[in-house]
Design a protein. Structure first.
Length: 187
């Protein structure tokens, strides 16, 4: 993976009820992956999104996870159960219970996931909201569109408005802090 990342474990907190720890990079017969652990407050969870290149798996340790693939029914899983989302499968998950949801998991291959989510979470904390700031969201969404997409953002905005916002941000010098962002992976 390109770019400089903190050592592991590395925990990020979005300030909106999600904490994610990148535990370690690992390798097995299927290749590279990153081990993760997350903690999600009741009702919290990421919006509908897709990892174009990565498989994501979550095993519930404590609590109840709600999850849905794009176009599918809502489902739940409890302690000991595992949910896996294939590359290219739009999905979302949330804490469907009244207590903290704790899961262990993996993303295979890791790609730029750690960088992308670290920046998204930091933007959410700066904004003190459940979504990143417009400039950050546009920059990260546009730069890493070959790897990740927030499908709740309408396609015309992702395809037309994001590049315009990124251009204005560059003209104004607003993206200096992400000047060393790793290169996106190709699909």
């Amino acid at each position: 993976m390109a770019g400089l990342l903190p050592s592991h474990p590395h925990t990020i907190d979005n300030g909106a009820g999600e904490r994610l720890t990148f535990v370690a990079f690992s390798r097995d017969e299927r290749g590279d992956y990153i081990e993760c652990r997350n903690s999600v407050d009741p009702g919290a969870g990421p919006p509908m999104h897709v990892h174009h290149l990565q498989e994501e798996g979550l095993t519930v340790e404590r609590g109840t996870i709600g999850y849905r693939s794009d176009g599918g029914a809502e489902n739940t899983a409890g302690p000991g159960e595992t949910v896996v989302f294939a590359p290219g499968e739009a999905h979302r998950f949330w804490n469907a219970g009244d207590d903290e949801l704790v899961c262990t998991g993996f993303v295979r291959p890791p790609g730029n996931l750690e960088y992308f989510l670290t920046e998204i979470y930091a933007s959410m904390r700066r904004k003190r909201a459940d979504r990143p700031g417009a400039l950050d969201g546009a920059y990260l969404g546009h730069r890493y569109r070959t790897e990740f997409e927030m499908t709740e953002v309408p396609r015309p905005i992702r395809r037309l408005a994001f590049p315009l916002i990124v251009g204005v941000g560059r003209l104004l010098g607003l993206h200096r802090r992400v000047a060393d962002a790793p290169e996106p992976l190709a699909r």
